[in-house]
Design a protein around this ligand. Structure first.
Ligand code: RFL
Ligand code: PHB
Length: 392
């Protein structure tokens, strides 16, 4: 078998890349270890930057996003028993963010690739990549029917997430890794309850951080800072709701509770591996970088990477012009490092570090007061949150 671009992983990065390439007349094959149902049900991120929404719209993928997405013009920051609004439209010349779950983005992408006749193989195993330093790299895998397949490609895109096989296929001596683990985790609860807020609330509290977000006007998603080694068994539902009520408490206002649809614990990590290219292998999304979710950047970085990669591969494969692929890694890493810094800053401003001295909370509260009283500081948060540098 032959294709122009072999894509490993059917997460948002791999699926969107395959669609963007198809729009430019470039063939690809996407291979994925999980089932279609699993990929469509996996609960993850929920917030799209301004530029991500525009990119999906320009790629003809936003019919349902435009109908069902919830456009938000800002966020609330809560600390010291006060809730402050940051108005992104005012602070960033009209930019907004949109609540639309990653699961919905993935469903839309899979449906569109299949409707367009795209090659998408689920439930493969033993994926391997070879010949990366040649002009004909090979993607091999065992298909769902048990047959061993080999696809000769012009290029391979490693969109296989943090635990994938593509990043380790780059010789270790050629990679530099930066990594930080945070001493806490997030417990996320998806609940059948109408959100009690019109926009997201990021709350600093002496007992730990909490985030109030949503999926629809009927379904809320809330997150709670928990110990880094916490297990779901430690957190029966009544304990989760009690902690959320305490961390978001304001007189005359309460979190709306409802039956849990999903509860999961996510570790918090910053991770960057560079460069994002080795020969004819290009990494995109979580395969190359991870941010803690406090800045809502993971999904948006994956979208930004493949937007740059689709343009670069168009230059290489349709015009034999290598300038954009030569710049691919540094172009992406500039945005990745901005998002890595912003996510670290949001995380450390809002979470309680176990064992920290009293000075930490005092410094955090001073920073939160600054962000909610100085226009310059508020603009900094708003332009990073809504996406910097702007995607188009
Ligand atoms: P994905 O979504 O992980 O997709 C990678 C795909 O590759 C498949 N795969 C393989 N396929 C073939 N062969 C192999 N050897 C393979 N190995 C892996 C996987 O099954 C998968 O389908 O990466 P992508 O496309 O780069 O997208 C990135 C985003 O998914 C990610 O940045 C965000 O979801 C991060 N993230 C969150 N971000 C937020 O902004 N807010 C959140 O609340 C949030 N929650 C999360 C998250 C990431 C999580 N992970 C990765 C553990 C919660 C979780 C649990
Ligand atoms: C979400 O809606 O899941 C979400 C929103 C903002 C974040 C993290 C997660 O910072």
């Amino acid at each position: 078998m032959r294709t122009q671009v072999g894509i490993v992983g059917a997460g948002p990065a791999g699926l969107l890349l395959s669609h963007l390439l198809a729009l430019r007349g470039i063939d690809s094959v996407v291979v994925e270890i999980r089932s279609r149902a699993y990929c469509e049900a996996r609960q993850r991120a929920g917030l799209l930057e301004d530029g991500s929404v525009r990119l999906l719209r320009e790629a003809g993928l936003a019919d349902r996003l435009d109908r069902e997405g919830l456009e938000h013009g800002g966020i609330y920051l809560q600390f010291s028993g006060e809730r402050h609004h940051l108005d992104f439209r005012d602070l960033t010349d009209g930019r907004t963010v949109t609540v639309y779950a990653q699961t919905e983005v993935v469903k839309d992408l899979i449906a569109r690739r299949l409707a367009d006749g795209g090659a998408l193989e689920f439930e493969v195993s033993n994926t391997a990549v070879s010949g990366l330093d040649t002009e004909a790299p090979v993607l091999s895998y065992t298909a769902a029917d048990g047959s061993r397949q080999e696809i000769t490609c012009d290029v391979i895109a490693g969109c296989d997430g943090f635990h994938g096989i593509c990043r380790p296929a780059i010789p270790a001596a050629l990679r530099t890794v930066w990594e930080r683990e945070y001493p806490y985790a997030w417990l996320g609860i998806l609940a059948e309850a109408p959100p009690a807020t019109d926009e997201l609330i990021y709350a600093h509290h002496p007992t730990g951080f909490a985030l109030y977000t949503m999926r629809t006007m009927q379904v809320s998603k809330l997150y709670l800072q928990v110990d880094h080694d916490a297990r779901a068994d430690d957190w029966p539902e009544h304990r989760i709701w009690a902690a959320l009520q305490e961390r978001f408490a304001l007189p005359g206002w309460a979190v709306k509770e409802g039956p849990a649809l999903d509860i999961a614990i996510t570790p918090m990590r910053s991770f960057v591996s560079a460069p994002m290219r080795y020969g004819r292998l290009f990494l995109a999304g979580d395969a190359s970088h991870i941010v803690p979710p406090t800045g809502a950047k993971g999904l948006n970085l994956a979208i930004a990477d493949v937007s740059v990669l689709a343009d670069a591969l168009t230059g290489l494969l349709l015009r034999r012009d290598e300038r954009l692929i030569d710049a691919y890694s540094s172009t992406c890493l500039a945005r990745v490092w901005r998002a890595t810094h912003f996510s670290w800053w949001m995380t450390t401003m809002l979470h309680r570090t176990p064992g920290a001295d009293p000075m930490e909370a005092a410094l955090q509260l001073s920073q939160l007061r600054y962000v909610t009283t100085s226009r310059a500081a508020a603009v900094t948060l708003a332009e990073n949150y809504s996406g910097y540098p702007p995607l188009h």
